[in-house]
Design a protein around this ligand. Sequence first.
Ligand SMILES: Cc1cc2nc3c(=O)[nH]c(=O)nc-3n(C[C@H](O)[C@H](O)[C@H](O)COP(=O)(O)OP(=O)(O)OC[C@H]3O[C@@H](n4cnc5c(N)ncnc54)[C@H](O)[C@@H]3O)c2cc1C
Length: 368
Amino acid sequence: MRDHAVVIVGGGPAGLMLAGELALAGIDVAIVERRPSQDLPGARAGGLHARTIEVFDQRGIADRFISQGQIAQVAKFGSTGLDISDFPTRHPYGLGLWQNTMKRTLAGWVAELAVTMYRGREVIGFAQHSAGVDVRLSGRRKLGAEFVVGCDGGRSLIRKAAGIGFPGWDPTTSSLIAEVEMAEEPEWGVHQDAFGVHAFGRLEYEIVDGEIVYADTGPVGVMVTEEHVGSGSEPTLRELSAALTAVCGTDFRAHSPTWISRFTDMARQASAYRAGRVLLAGDAAHVHAPDGGQGLNLGVQDAVNLGWKLALVVKEAAPESLLDTYHAERHPVAARVLRNTWETDISADSARQSQPGSGPHDAGTYRT
Ligand SMILES: Cc1cc2nc3c(=O)[nH]c(=O)nc-3n(C[C@H](O)[C@H](O)[C@H](O)COP(=O)(O)OP(=O)(O)OC[C@H]3O[C@@H](n4cnc5c(N)ncnc54)[C@H](O)[C@@H]3O)c2cc1C
């Protein structure tokens, strides 16, 4: 039985964008999201690149994002800034905006469209047959769809259940990122030394003439490279203190964390973006170090490439083979990003190792 034409698993940025695209094309689409609310337990992406802002502009929603963020030249290769202000685009800049705000804004747009949202429900498996896919949800519920799209993040159940490989590299380095109170003041800004990259900044900031100007008080955003690759479990304040002490000789009496999370330089990409009636987009299809701030942007652009194609196939206005062009066009783009972030890491590592007194320490990774 068909409940929806398309079921999207995961209501992150990729899933929300795809749902919006399909709904605009008049397709009956539903999102299944296991989180009960839109809010993320911690900041992740810190901004949008020009192409993503252009895509939002094409949908008439760019101003919703621009009005809440800070425009700046953010494109970089390693530590080298790339000024795109003379690029032939209406948006020759990046936008500083936290992922939570972006997600809330995207979700607000999707809520105005005909998208069914199953919130607080987890997809636990699916069965694919010639006419569709039966998606199994927690609580013994099933949803029938013609197509299912896994936008369910790097640990994607949909990718695994579809038997799609995820070849790549295990992490060689990990970093902790957190929002905490600090009783002692660290040296603000981004620092690079033999340990890796670490950074401290007040959460509240403004961009003045392209430079970040931090507030004088309030919680501190911290990023610190760990001495050894951290475990996959949720990081603790104790681990953050240990990492800070190893790098700075003190933990600045960090306390009262709002959240602590860990990211690594693991780089993996799905070997296929489609397996019959199952497709992948966003982190479900590719994961990499956050250098250059590209992951969320990639996922939104995957969704835009896939959306109109899937809509035409559902409407039987195009053959299913159109869906294969999604892999053909988007797989090479993420492959380039994986290579680019890897090369950025290598160049950052060489820069550290050429510093006097530095040793062959872990490669670091940092976000922009
Ligand atoms: C520290 C850090 C900094 C980053 N900085 C940047 C940056 O500056 N710029 C940038 O572009 N990117 C950045 N990224 C990457 C960015 O956060 C991700 O690429 C982005 O969140 C991926 O979006 P997504 O929709 O593909 O997946 P996600 O955001 O992971 O969303 C997946 C959703 O699927 C849901 N889900 C998972 N499994 C199931 C299931 N079985 N059933 C139902 N729901 C399920 C999850 O609850 C989640 O809501 C950063 C990441 C980190 C960790």
